[in-house]
Design a protein around this ligand. Structure first.
Ligand SMILES: [Zn+2]
Length: 190
């Protein structure tokens, strides 16, 4: 039997009709590859339930992405193509919830220069874990800051401010945002 890849997410979510469910259960009994896929989907689903989307902030997102990346590393050598496709789709669904900040998302866990738009100095920020995306966005608007990289493995973001603006002043504003910013540090670019 062909692997029922397309139906596995619905199977894990419990949204599959009973007749299809039985067919998949029968397939799973004899297919380790699909059992592993179900296990992974269930893990992802659990993570998302522990961090419900409306309350997920960037830190929660960073943890989730890290878990996904770790999982990907472990299985990358043996995973068939369809598995990576399913992973990409799942990540896209999650990432799509993040609007403006997500559009700035960087896959790398290390900072990288932004080419021609590199500023003389940028601010390294760690947001409070409970800060909402709206709070962060409002704060960034206030300093006209833009997330240019992050989060790093440690949950740090790199914020650039427009040319001519005072980086020190922006950092002070960020630091004083109680309940949103845990730390803000001016960092000189290379
Ligand atoms: Zn299978």
């Amino acid at each position: 039997m062909k692997h029922p890849d397309d139906d596995l997410p619905a199977f894990v979510n419990g949204t599959l009709p009973a007749s299809d469910r039985e067919a998949i259960q029968a397939h799973l009994a004899g297919c380790e590859q699909c059992r592993e896929e179900v296990h992974w989907l269930a893990t992802l689903r659990e993570q998302m339930q522990n961090d419900p989307l409306p309350a997920v902030n960037e830190m929660g997102m960073a943890r989730l992405m890290k878990a996904v990346r770790d999982e990907e590393k472990q299985t990358a050598t043996s995973a068939p193509g369809w598995w990576r496709g399913a992973l990409a789709a799942a990540v896209l669904v999650v990432v799509a919830q993040f609007g403006v900040i997500t559009s700035q998302w960087q896959q790398e866990t290390v900072y990288r220069p932004l080419g021609e738009t590199v500023e003389d100095a940028r601010i390294q920020v760690r947001f409070v874990e409970t800060a909402s995306e709206a709070q962060i966005r409002e704060l960034l608007d206030r300093v006209e800051g833009q997330i240019v990289a992050g989060p790093s493995a440690l949950g740090l973001y790199l914020i650039a401010v427009p040319e001519g603006a005072s980086v020190e002043q922006a950092a002070t504003t960020l630091r004083s945002a109680e309940g949103i910013v845990e730390q803000a540090m001016v960092e000189s670019a290379e």
